[in-house]
Design a protein around this ligand. Sequence first.
Ligand SMILES: [Fe+2]
Length: 398
Amino acid sequence: MDNLITQIREIFKDDHINTEDIKRVLEAYKSNPLDWQKYAHFDPHKYTRNLVDIGNGKYNMLILCWGPGMGSSIHDHTNSHCFVKVLEGSLLETRFSWPDPDKSDEPMQETDRDEHPINGVTYMSDELGLHRMENPSHSDNAVTLHLYIPPFEHCQIFDERTGRKAQSAVTFFTKYGEKVDYRGSKLGRTFTLSSSSATPSSSSMSIMNRKVLFAALVAVILLVGVECARKKNRNRDKNERPRNQQDNEEENRFESKDEGRAERREKPEREREKFSNKNEQDEESEEKEEDKNKANKTANPKRIRRTQHIHRLDERVAEDSDLKTRKLRRNNNLLQQGGRHREDNLKRTKERNTKEVITESVKGQNQKDKHTHTHNTNRRLRREEKLKRTKEVNSRQN
Ligand SMILES: [Fe+2]
């Protein structure tokens, strides 16, 4: 099929077109379903027109799919040339003369009838009259290749019994192997029927791009709308929450704040504690002033109640702070008193030990003195006894 399209395009490069060249190329092509089956899409209720190539606007190449017994209306070709090649099955062509405008409601006159077999080629134009095409088989499908030069968007259809005519739009069941959706569009939009390997042209791609962009835009709008609705619901839920829940949340918030302050106050440095307490009290007093100012500025009852509740919580926190401060001071005093007691005990113990040492030394000295005195006394006694004995010996000698 691609080779056939290439040859047709070569013919249409020139401004002057020889219809015999086109007919020769079509007759030379031998139908192969593998070439054209990607364009052949059937409908169970009517024959289908499937666009294959537009030849840069110079022609329309179509593949028409005919179910068993399906046929077209009697129609003209809007001053275009029409070539038809049978690709599958057979095609019955019935030709009619143009109805006489001076005679109304008369049956149309058939001029020719011919059945074209597979690979057969036929040509038709308004100069040759009108025709009707149909699949004569009641069991098999038929597939035909049509070439309209130049392409046309409307034609006239005729009633065989009366010759009355009507305008009919030329539509496509598929374009380049993709299904055409005519909902909301006169020109139709294409979407993929199957995993066809057909390559859409630039016009089809632009239609697809517009479709994708439109879908993306709709998705963005929906997302923004959903987000706005969620935000609105969140604000409404927040405003409608029960007052007790808000109070509990406020209490939890201040309890956590109180715990944090208590942890800071439990640090051993007393000066840092005093300094932080002072700063916290200053901050609390500033917050109170700000809350008072806000409360005065806004007359919202909910805000006033909330501010009053915050003040009560602040007072409670301040009372707790004072109690803990007094407790810490008392503990510090007890610690100091305990320290003094320990110091006194140590001092007394030291003095006692010193006295004992002195006493022991005195006792030792006394014992030493006593021992010396005893020793001296014994010596003196021994010397006096010796002198006494010496005197007695002398007296005896005398
Ligand atoms: Fe036709």
